[in-house]
Design a protein around this ligand. Structure first.
Ligand SMILES: *[C@@H]1O[C@H](CO)[C@@H](O)[C@H](O)[C@H]1NC(C)=O
Ligand SMILES: *[C@@H]1O[C@H](CO)[C@@H](O)[C@H](O)[C@H]1NC(C)=O
Length: 246
């Protein structure tokens, strides 16, 4: 009997280990929203992404999935009320383990639309933050370049203090560039949170872009070799439009 139990435990251990290893170690998702110290359960205020189980990246810059990383197979979640100027976070399941920028975009719901009802299609997205590589000593090898949020298990963004009140999608995105020496091998990961912003201001976001459409597969920020001394960090061209600030 003991040996049967031991065997069962051994199998259970083997099984859970196998499951854990099914997640590609270099891939990830952004499943939880964090606000005022609370981390909400998976996909509570975040649209469940197509890769919520396999953690795979999107490669295709022309794919509509790039919009919110969803496949439309589940209803949209609830919407969290936040104040303009507050900081919200996303957990990173699997950590950010590759070179590449982290970007945040927002899109406002149209007239009589809600965050849950909007598709995010069209030229509705504006960028509110982006990261670029950092370096303290030059010249230096590319291996010494540091990407903000490298190895992060949580990432945070401030909702612009002057943004008008209303319903929004907040889109987080990490672009992994470690194999981007081959055209098309940029890897996109991300998700969209649904937010109702209150206490907003009268800022006018600009410029707008759309997904797909914001990126070109052969643009310099997406088709490069991060393992060679390609450019000085400050010359890295982050994909997408410039950041809008208040
Ligand atoms: C972008 O985020 C960083 C922190 O990750 C922050 O230091 C910076 O001020 C932000 N930029 C804007 C325009 O909000
Ligand atoms: C990533 O962070 C974890 C937890 O802080 C740490 O144990 C690990 O060494 C870090 N990995 C790298 C590559 O920095």
């Amino acid at each position: 009997m003991l040996s049967v139990i031991t065997l069962a435990v051994a199998f259970a251990t083997l099984f859970s280990t196998t499951i854990a290893h099914c997640k590609p170690p270099n891939s990830h998702t952004f499943p939880n929203l964090i606000y005022k110290g609370t981390q909400y359960p998976d996909y509570t205020y975040i649209r469940r992404t197509w890769n919520y189980q396999n953690y795979y990246p999107i490669f295709d810059v022309t794919s509509p999935v790039l919009r919110c990383f969803t496949d439309g197979t589940v209803p949209n979640p609830g919407t969290l009320t936040v104040s303009a100027g507050d900081t919200v976070g996303f957990t990173v399941s699997g950590r950010i383990v590759h070179e590449g920028p982290l970007l945040f975009y927002m899109a406002r719901a149209g007239f009589r639309q809600t965050a849950a009802g909007m598709t995010g299609s069209g030229e509705v997205w504006f960028k509110i933050n982006e990261t670029r590589p950092e370096i303290t000593d030059v010249p230096a090898k590319i291996e010494l370049y540091k990407w903000p949020h490298y190895n992060a298990s949580e990432v945070y963004i401030q909702i612009p203090p002057c943004i008008p009140s209303g319903d929004y999608l907040l889109r987080v995105e990490h672009i992994a560039l470690h194999i981007a020496f081959d055209e098309g091998q940029h890897e996109f990961f991300g998700s969209c949170a649904q937010l109702r912003v209150i206490n907003g201001g009268s800022g006018v976001p600009t410029p707008y872009t759309q997904f797909p459409g914001a990126y070109q597969s052969d643009e310099p920020g997406l088709f490069l070799d991060v393992h060679r001394p390609w450019v000085l960090p400050e010359q890295y061209e982050v994909p997408g439009p410039p950041v809008w600030t208040c």
